[in-house]
Design a protein around this ligand. Structure first.
Ligand code: 87F
Length: 911
């Protein structure tokens, strides 16, 4: 019997009939406006049951169909997965069905196909997984969609790697052709003086077809299947470092896996959460091993004992170690993860399992599981664990570093870490102890406490003061943006899509149209620009907005530098001519130079972004690049874009020019964020804490008295209050810390840690001699000075401090600015934390930029330990083509390609 199902719209028909054919169900599907109950009745009659089940949504309907043919492989494994599938199907239906009459179904318009591929790419990038022949529910729909649009190999070849790989895995299920991967293109060898041709992006991962030898020959996957151990397998681009892994499969609890050797105690394999501090001392102490000093094991031993290559290790590799020569250590923080992801000795795959199953698997191989409490990176070393008890639960992963406590519970005032040797931990320590930041229970989100917000306030005030004479007005636009508006900018939003956060519910109900939270406001503002700009008299339009934006980052979050919500200013202007827009771009960049150099005392290099690094939606991007000596890394400080007429065309903005002709305006956008504060902390802070440049310091001077038996507070306090009043009158931001509950020593520490530029100490002898002691935070200078002239003295001193702080950092930056003309000198200089200026072929030879990135990374990793490779990227990247260009003599060759050089480019490791 063939069942006729009438489905409510074209895309539902498409999905349903594909699904039926996949399951070999005798179903014919026709289109008609029918409500779901009729569909359900039809489904019930197919099953021979007459009772009508109340089911809402496509996934239960299709689950029902699945159950009829005993094909559990296609069932969602949990409610979240079913909801994801439903969401995907309904968004597919909503976006495509209005466009597609049934009879034109196979002939989708090219743009619809590319839109679909784009969304699939991000969908697959974010959550697809495959377990053997079993596709997740959402995956099946994705493939059905591809199947329905009758994509041929040629079209699919254009799709991203994830889509291709995925398609090929499921292709045999669908009995559609597998796409043959083309040989990776070799980049031009001509002029490739050094180290071979640029490598193709995306690593060397092969597609995992169903019959792939890799899949069938992977003993670990086979063993999991044989043991019927619940697991999922996620296939992704080859990932050698945790950054790469987080980019390839974002948002998951990935493990890092270390292979160690100790002279006395032999081999260890450690499986830890990616952001744990896998300190070997903590481990051996917790395991009660004495005299241990484990080091990285050799690659030979790794292969011999665990059958894994570097970067491919996972806990299940212990199955190779038949003689149990390797001790297995599990990070207790993993026990709090719902699913733990690790490589089955292949870094294009991640196996997801519950932590309990990981333990079970390892124990079944004859290895004991030693559970150790490793702290989160940046936390204080945890107290030694009491033995290596099995199954002991750790705390849920938190970013907040632990603070040491004194006996009576009061937080220790001293920093625990040194800036130069423990930079990352030092940074967390400084921003928390100085009361700038408090951590929050959502990863990548932080509380900006008054001490940091006041600095942002002073940047805003300075900036607003500059904007006014430039004719830029402040305005405020909504936080939310509709899907259709956001996607109007499809071409460049596509690259950013995984970072966009969406509101999909209100209360318990699903929103019909999902709403994005602004990651930037072009798509929010420019439809209004279209209404406001009619004539040349409406131009220039110059608006600025102070707001928060949300970008759901997957790389390691860092307060101020990379957070999921941050504060910024975004300027958006429209002009009659390209020249006017260009002038605006440069004026905005000059403001950013001012913020960094004049306010924050941080030198910057201004320049153009290369073609590869510029904002894809615009025409040309300029940037301010700062340098952080302690980490040897550069950081983009702010950007200003000439958008050309791209957005005008996209948003249909036009005006009548002076000659009465219709013209498209020239636009700019520019932004600077609270990252400024993080850069300032990193650049100026020291082992005692913050060091604030006077121009932005919430307090420029703090007065601390030294009360003693010799002179009580009745005498010394009025004296200090008078000093405070005089300094206030001189325009200084000053506070007299008259709290009696703290000692003067405590106060010295406290204000030093908060970076106040000047401390004025007043003791009994100062009162007698009508003077005070001036202590300078940034260089430790101390001198006595008469209070009568203190106002003008400190005004001058604060200016002097501001200038000296800038010059000190500029000197340090300049000492790290190196010119390199030959490739051989490039990576060694990166390793030294230098900024590198090189002659560059640029222009049409963009692939060399990628080559330098890959090659420098390869060279740097060749000499690094496994632990080090997990750290932030070691590749050298272009920072900018500096506006200030040194002479480029005729005949100069590009340091990488050997082609004729066109300009000088600045490179560095960057944040
Ligand atoms: C993330 C998600 C979606 C950056 C994004 O630089 C969209 C975007 O358009 C996106 N991240 N950008 C580029 C922002 C361009 C521009 N916007 C105004 C700026 C300065 C301020």
């Amino acid at each position: 019997m063939t069942l006729s199902i009438v489905s409510p719209n074209a895309s539902c028909s498409a999905i349903l009939s594909s699904f039926a054919s996949l399951l070999n169900l005798p179903v014919s599907v026709a289109e008609g406006a029918v409500p779901t109950p009729q569909l359900l009745a039809a489904v019930s009659s197919l099953s021979g049951k007459t009772d009508t089940v109340s089911i809402a949504g496509w996934s239960p309907v299709l689950s029902h169909l699945c159950s009829l043919t005993s094909t559990p492989a296609l069932l969602p494994s949990n409610a979240a997965e079913a909801a994801a599938a439903d969401g995907f199907v309904s968004s597919f239906s909503n976006s495509l069905s209005p466009l597609l009459p049934l009879d034109t179904l196979p002939a989708y318009h090219a743009s619809v196909v590319s839109e679909l591929l784009g969304s699939l790419q991000s969908h697959l990038g974010a959550r697809t997984y495959l377990a053997d022949a079993r596709g997740s529910y959402a995956d099946v729909f994705a493939v059905l969609s591809l199947h329905q649009v009758s994509l041929k190999g040629a079209d699919l070849a254009k799709a991203g790697e994830n889509v291709r790989r995925f398609y090929n895995t499921v292709a045999p299920l669908l009995k559609v052709p597998v796409i043959e991967e083309k040989e990776k293109e070799e980049k031009p060898a001509k002029g490739a003086a050094k180290g071979g041709a640029p490598a193709a992006a995306g690593g060397s991962a092969a597609p995992l077809a169903e019959d792939s030898p890799l899949r069938s020959s992977n003993a670990i996957l086979a063993s999991l299947a044989a043991q019927k151990m619940p697991h999922s397998v996620l296939s992704h681009a080859a990932a050698f470092t945790s950054d790469e892994l987080n980019a390839a499969a974002p948002g998951l609890s990935h493990t890092k896996n270390l292979f160690l050797k100790d002279k006395k105690h032999g081999y260890f394999m450690v499986t830890a959460l990616h952001d744990s501090d896998t300190n070997a001392k903590i481990m051996t102490k917790a395991m009660g091993l004495t005299g241990a000093n484990p080091r990285m094991g050799s690659e030979d031993d790794l292969l011999k004992l665990l059958g894994a290559k570097k970067g491919m290790l996972g806990p299940m590799c212990v199955s190779c170690d038949a003689e149990s020569k390797v001790r297995f250590v599990l990070d207790s923080r993993l026990l709090d993860c719902a699913t733990v992801y690790s490589h089955p000795s292949d870094n294009t795959l991640s196996v997801g399992m519950s932590p309990e199953h990981v333990k079970q698997f390892v124990e079944a191989t004859g290895h004991e599981v030693a559970v150790v409490d490793f702290p989160l990176k940046g936390e204080a070393a945890a107290a030694p664990a009491k033995g290596a008890e099995k199954g002991k639960g750790g705390k849920a992963a938190k970013e907040a570093p632990k603070k040491k406590q004194t006996k009576d519970g009061e937080t220790l005032l001293k920093l625990q870490y040194k800036k130069m040797s423990e930079f990352h931990d030092w940074y967390s320590d400084v921003i928390t102890l100085s009361e700038m930041i408090s951590y929050y229970d959502i990863s990548g989100c932080y509380i900006l406490r008054p001490w940091s917000y006041k600095i942002w306030d002073s940047i805003q005030n300075w900036f607003n003061g500059k904007l006014e004479p430039m004719g830029v007005e402040n305005a405020y636009f909504p936080l939310f943006v509709s899907k259709s508006r956001l996607e109007k900018e499809k071409d460049h939003v596509e690259g950013f899509a995984p970072e966009v956060a969406w509101v999909t519910k209100s209360g318990d109900g699903d929103l019909v149209e999902h709403i994005a939270i602004r990651p930037t406001s072009e798509t929010i503002m420019y439809p209004a620009f279209k209404d406001w700009i009619r004539s040349h008299r409406d131009l220039p339009l110059k608006l600025n907005q102070w707001s928060n934006v949300v970008r759901w980052e997957f790389k390691n979050p860092t307060p101020f530098l990379r957070s999921r919500e941050f504060l910024w200013q975004e300027g958006h202007t429209a002009h009659e001519s390209y020249e006017d827009a260009d002038k605006m771009v440069m004026e905005a960049l000059e403001l950013y130079r001012g913020v960094y150099e004049d306010l924050l005392a941080i030198p910057v290099v201004r320049g153009y972004k290369t073609e590869k690094e510029r904002f894809a939606g615009g025409y040309m991007t300029t940037t301010c690049e700062a340098y952080i000596p302690a980490s040897g890394r550069a950081i983009q400080g702010a950007t200003s874009h000439n958008l050309g007429q791209n957005f005008g065309k996209m948003f249909d903005i036009n005006f009548q020019d002076k000659d009465g002709k219709t013209a498209i305006p020239w636009q700019t956008s520019w932004g600077i964020t609270t990252r400024t504060i993080g850069v300032m902390v990193m650049v100026h802070g020291d082992d005692t804490g913050l060091v604030l440049p006077p121009k932005v310091a919430p307090l420029q001077v703090v007065i601390v008295d030294v009360v003693s038996k010799k002179m009580g507070k009745d005498v010394i306090q009025p004296y200090c209050r008078e000093v405070e009043a005089n300094l206030k009158a001189a325009g200084i931001r000053v506070k007299y810390d008259d709290r009696l509950i703290y000692t003067s020593g405590w106060k010295y520490n406290h204000w030093e840690q908060k970076g106040v530029p000047i401390r004025v100490e007043v003791g009994p002898r100062d009162v007698e001699s009508k003077q005070c002691r001036v202590c300078v935070r940034h260089d430790g200078e101390k001198y006595d000075f008469p209070v009568a002239d203190l106002g003008p003295e400190l005004v001058r001193k604060l200016e002097d401090i501001q200038q000296k702080m800038f010059l000190k950092i500029k000197k340090e930056r300049d000492e790290h600015l190196i010119t390199v003309t030959e490739w051989k000198d490039f990576t060694p200089n990166l390793e030294k934390g230098n900024l590198i200026l090189t002659p560059w072929c640029g222009g049409d030879n963009q692939e060399w930029e990628e080559w330098v990135k890959d090659k420098s990374k390869e060279e740097a990793l060749a000499g690094a330990t496994e632990e080090a490779t997990c750290a932030t990227s070691v590749a050298g990247k272009t920072l900018c083509i500096p506006f200030e260009q040194p002479d480029l003599p005729e005949g100069t060759k590009c340091f990488a390609s050997g082609l004729p050089a066109k300009c000088w480019v600045l490179w560095g490791r960057s944040y």
